[in-house]
Design a binder for this molecule. Structure first.
Ligand code: ZN
Length: 51
C-alpha cells in the first residue's frame, strides 16, 4: 500500500491517467499540459512533475 512510486502516469484500463502527487487531481493524460521539458503540469496546482 502506498508504494506506487513517483510515476505520474498510471494505466487505468486502457487510458493513461495522470494523477497529481501534490493535490491528488486526476485527469486523462491526454487532457493535461506538459512543460518545455516534457513533464506533466497539474492543471489545478500547476505543479510540474519533473525529476
Ligand atoms: Zn496538483
Amino acid at each position: 500500500m502506498g508504494t506506487q512510486g513517483v510515476n505520474p502516469a498510471q494505466q487505468d484500463g486502457e487510458r493513461a491517467v495522470f494523477q497529481c502527487e501534490v493535490c491528488g487531481t486526476r485527469r486523462v493524460a491526454t487532457a493535461i499540459r506538459y512543460d518545455d521539458l516534457g513533464y506533466a503540469v497539474c492543471p489545478v496546482c500547476t505543479y510540474s512533475h519533473g525529476p
